[in-house]
Design a protein around this ligand. Structure first.
Ligand code: FBP
Length: 262
């Protein structure tokens, strides 16, 4: 990690990335729970909450909507992504260049790496190009580090998650976004494995307020620097209430009880 690289997308060194690339990754099915979330403007509005340090979106959503929010929202350009319609070995198409993301005003880039996929080598080479271009543009680099594919039997096994975190450091990401490995000790090990690369926990499918905030608290206490979350925010009727709670836990280091009362 380059010192200061995450400054434009962090607050007091911590991150709460709101992810909204699901329309590509999963399709509109993810917006059925809260139909307003189909409209990117709704999620851009949610991203103006003080707790949100960056909004991760793909090219088309950024082109169409970021100009209206550039004063209020920090843009994380999610450079690669593939639809759920693709049935081949895990891979992710690079959909926009770092230079174009910079032109649109992005503060950082996001890039998925499927370690263990038969396409890992090509993906790592694509990541190299994006990471070096991001350095030229003074943009932070966030790796969605998701081991998947033929080489991976269990993608949330502690040793697999620690390896995912370490890949972030080895390949030059400022932040590695990893799945929660199931317990605090395993998360602490993954954070140690990432060393100077910041670790953020990936949100996952929707859970209750208490369950989700408790997992975030465990991850933070284990050494994570924050969270990258999508469905647990935009699949709520009142996303601001959950963001109030996350703000308490991530930035004010409160207990889960205090966060639930926020
Ligand atoms: P969630 O918090 O909704 O899990 O979003 C995080 C994220 O990484 C998104 O950026 C991405 O679209 C999605 O998860 C990918 O999920 P999956 O694990 O199904 O590939």
């Amino acid at each position: 990690m380059i010192p200061g690289a995450t400054d434009p997308i962090s607050r007091d060194g911590k991150l709460l990335i709101l992810a909204y690339d699901h329309g590509l990754e999963h399709g509109p099915v993810d917006f059925e729970a809260v139909p307003e979330s189909m409209n990117p403007e709704h999620v851009f509005d949610v991203a103006t909450h003080d707790a949100v340090t960056a909004l991760a979106v793909g090219k088309g959503v950024a082109e169409a909507h970021y100009p209206d929010y550039e004063d209020e929202v920090n843009l994380l350009a999610k450079l690669n992504g593939t639809s759920n319609l693709w049935m081949g070995e895990h891979d992710s198409a690079v959909n926009w260049s770092v230079e174009y993301a910079a032109e649109l005003g992005a503060d950082a880039i996001g890039f998925t790496l499927y370690g263990g996929s038969n396409h890992e080598v090509e993906m790592a080479e694509e990541f190299r190009d994006a990471q070096e271009a991001a350095r030229d543009e003074d943009m932070g680099v966030v790796m969605w580090s998701y081991p998947r594919g033929q080489g991976v039997k269990n993608d949330t096994k502690p040793s697999t998650i620690s390896y995912a975190a370490r890949l972030g450091l080895e390949l030059g990401a400022d932040v590695a976004k990893i799945k929660y490995p199931g317990d605090a000790d395993a998360m602490a090990h993954a954070c140690k494995a990432a060393a100077s690369t910041d670790v953020v926990m990936s949100g996952g499918s929707k859970a209750s307020d208490e369950e989700f905030l408790s997992t975030v608290k465990e991850a933070m206490d284990a050494g994570a620097k924050g969270l990258a979350v999508g469905r647990n925010v935009f699949q709520r009727e009142n996303p601001e209430a959950l963001l109030d709670g996350l703000e308490k836990i991530i930035f004010e280091e409160t207990s889960v009880e205090e966060a639930l009362a926020a």
